[in-house]
Design a protein around this ligand. Structure first.
Ligand code: KIV
Ligand code: NA
Length: 277
């Protein structure tokens, strides 16, 4: 059954940990759904892990719509949240609403995610007034990496924790149904999670969150080369599996081991119809 924003709130109250994973295309979405994920985030991390940029800043709204549509085709029974990319929600409520609408109407998302705290509360409120569920995102906010001075752990002082708590409360008041809290100390995540009734979804934010989110390519080591991160637990090494498999294919063609007779058509045989996979 498709989880709703309300259902995720109930999971916090029931202390049932919420599972999010990113996905960017049809097969990743489909496998996440088949594996029983609670919700899928079409993250603008696709800029890094799928498009090969070195930050999320180059990702466009068209990129997000395109990938969200593919995810929606793969995971029709799962709640899909799509990231609003860089500078698509800072130029007024009407721009914000139009951009969020594209992710929902063209992309097929059921909710959007915006980075920021109190300073974007008006945009969050405009979305929720229009019936667009919003997931907040505070702590390390990658679209502001040049302002934050790098990918640094947040919430290291009492003052910093107080600011994170105030931002979380501002998002809750503006109507956000949950908040991603990224790369912050245990103490900060605990304080934020206790300060709001809506669920916190942590990434690099320790054990005191109401749920967790990780990047698809990170848990599967689906990258070349894969860079280990302290806050990620990996569950497979797809990068190595894929490189080895492709290498074997290349070697097979070179040695003429492939195609073999079993892969070849003889007269009178009916070839299998339909697209691959
Ligand atoms: O883009 C993304 O994948 C995200 C998660 C890291 C929360 O925003
Ligand atoms: Na993101």
């Amino acid at each position: 059954m498709k989880k709703t924003a309300m259902k995720l709130g109930a999971m916090k109250r029931e202390q049932d940990p919420i599972t999010f994973l990113t996905a960017y295309d049809y097969p990743s979405a489909r496998m996440a759904e088949e594996a029983g994920i609670d919700a899928i985030l079409v993250g603008d991390s696709l800029g890094n892990v799928v498009l090969g940029y070195d930050s999320t800043i180059p990702v466009t709204l068209d990129d997000m719509v395109y990938h969200t549509r593919a995810v929606a085709r793969g995971a029709g029974a799962t709640m899909i949240v799509a990231d609003m990319p860089f500078l698509t929600y800072h130029t007024g409520a009407s721009d914000t609403l139009r951009h969020a609408a594209r992710l929902m109407q063209e992309g097929g998302a059921q909710a959007v995610k915006l980075e920021g705290g109190a300073e974007i509360a008006d945009e969050v409120a405009a979305c929720t007034r229009a019936g667009i569920p919003v997931l907040g995102h505070i702590g390390l906010t990658p679209q502001s990496v040049h302002q934050l001075g790098g990918y640094r752990v947040q919430g290291k002082s009492k003052a910093a924790i107080d600011r994170l708590v105030a931002d979380a409360q501002a998002l809750e008041e503006a109507g956000a149904f949950g908040i991603v809290i990224e790369l912050m100390t245990d103490e900060a995540a605990k304080a934020v999670t206790a300060a709001v009734a809506i669920p916190t979804i942590g990434i690099g934010a320790g054990r005191h969150c109401d749920g967790q989110v990780l990047v698809y390519h990170d848990i599967l080591q689906y990258a070349s080369p894969y860079r280990a991160k302290k806050f990620v637990k990996t569950y497979a090494d797809l990068g190595a599996t894929i490189r080895t498999a492709i290498g074997e294919y290349v070697a097979d063609v070179k040695s003429r081991a492939f195609p073999a007779e079993v892969h070849s058509f003889q007269g009178g045989e009916t070839p299998a119809a339909g697209p691959s996979a």
